[in-house]
Design a protein around this ligand. Structure first.
Ligand code: DHB
Length: 396
């Protein structure tokens, strides 16, 4: 027998978007159930990007979702664009009055899981969602099997797909519509974590004749670095010495502090936007709705911007019966999504070399980089997008 339960909002996916939404809804007095196929350990140990926009940090702190970001994270007031053998710093506060924070996504997840569990959130882990039925009615249902393999059904006032790029909710929202907007790139990132002190005070994004590299950080003793590679690269195929050669070659003129590499992965590059973000009483947020390539670290920040909008729309719908903010959700969210798609695409294409790039393409790219760093307008555009267009939190 299938167990049938009821909640106000059924959230599929316990990533940053799903957990933050349950946190904001609880603060607004709206009950939710969060379901995820992963275990707590998997959720808390997924290695993702490390940069939080100013607005993301303000929201996490003001809502009590994470205060550790201020004590354990690091504020970064700029980045370095490296090309032609030289670094060019973009100073965020003087250009746009904002900064970013280096605080890895898995730390955000640890904070969110702890906050939700201590608040008594109904969080169902290791449960598989098969599909969402009746999205177009006022009683949408999430159907799946729990951690013990027993079938379940959750009937809700609203269903949210926060379940990542392989979303089980997406088809219920986009049903019958075609036209995924999609782009694949002919390169990927080879990412490492190593035990070493930072090589630089701030992140270095480098365009070199040998391809892109990003020198990022995690802590005083652990660093994160990436270099452009072929998407088919096997992460185990390179020796540590080869990895350091690749990295050093791509940031000529800097000295990288090397140390033992204890984690390596290859990240594919894709851009994707779903044809619809909402149908009836179901909506998509985060990677279920869109994917951006990693350059510029917009992924989680964009997911959080979706959640801010959807939370407000759900409060109006479920507390006051006002459908209008929900009707505006897709149109409002999509504007920021395409700005972030453009920024991620722009940073990517400006900094990476494609396999078929000619000398013309390479010199044009250097011209583009120069026109950014030598113009206040150019630096300001980058700073504004990187630190994040302000979102209205509705808190003040
Ligand atoms: C990191 C990842 C990014 O994509 C980026 O633009 C900056 C930093 C990171 O993992 O540290």
């Amino acid at each position: 027998m299938t167990r049938v339960e009821r909640t106000r909002v059924a959230i599929v996916g316990a990533g940053p978007a799903g957990l933050l939404l349950s946190h904001l809804l609880a603060a607004s007095g709206i009950e939710s159930v969060v379901v995820d196929r992963r275990s707590r350990e998997e959720i808390e140990n997924t290695i993702r990007a490390g940069i939080l926009e100013q607005g993301t940090v303000d929201l996490l702190v003001e809502t009590g979702a994470s205060t550790r970001v201020l004590t354990d994270g690091n504020r970064h007031d700029g980045i370095e664009l490296w090309f032609d053998g030289e670094g060019h710093r973009i100073d965020f506060p003087s250009l746009v009055g904002r900064s970013v924070w280096l605080y890895p996504q898995h730390e955000v997840l640890r904070d969110l899981v702890a906050a939700r569990l201590s608040a008594g959130q109904d969080l169902r882990l290791e449960a598989t969602v098969e599909r969402v039925d009746d999205a177009a009615t006022t009683r949408p249902r999430v159907i799946g099997t729990d951690a013990e393999g027993r079938p379940f059904e959750i009937e809700a006032d609203f269903v949210v797909g926060a379940d990542g790029s392989r979303s089980a909710v997406r088809s219920a929202v986009t049903e019958g519509t075609r036209g995924d907007l999609f782009r694949e790139y002919p390169f990927a990132w080879f990412g490492i974590l190593c035990e070493a002190p930072p090589s630089s005070d701030e992140l270095i994004y480098s365009n070199s004749p040998d391809g892109f590299a990003l020198i990022s950080q995690r802590s005083a003793t652990v660093q994160r670095m990436y270099f452009q590679c072929d998407p088919e690269t096997d992460p185990e195929a390179l020796s540590e010495a080869q990895i350091w050669d690749e990295l050093r070659m791509r940031v000529p003129g800097t000295t990288l502090t090397e140390g033992p590499i204890f984690q390596r992965d290859v990240l594919r590059f894709r851009s994707f936007v779903a044809p619809h973000l909402r149908r009836g009483r179901a909506a998509l947020v985060g990677d279920a709705a869109h994917t951006v390539p990693p350059t510029g670290a917009k992924g989680m920040n964009l997911a959080i911007a979706d959640v801010v909008l959807l939370h407000r729309a759900l409060v109006e719908l479920l507390r006051g019966g006002d459908e209008r903010p929900l009707d505006a959700y897709e149109e409002t969210a999509i504007r920021r999504i395409w700005k972030a798609q453009h920024f991620s695409w722009w940073m990517t294409t400006m900094l990476h070399s494609t396999p078929d790039a000619t000398e013309f393409d390479r010199r044009r790219q250097l011209g583009e980089l120069r026109s950014v760093i030598e113009s206040e307008a150019g630096r300001t555009y980058l700073a504004e997008a990187y630190t994040g267009w302000p979102f209205e939190t509705g808190l003040g």
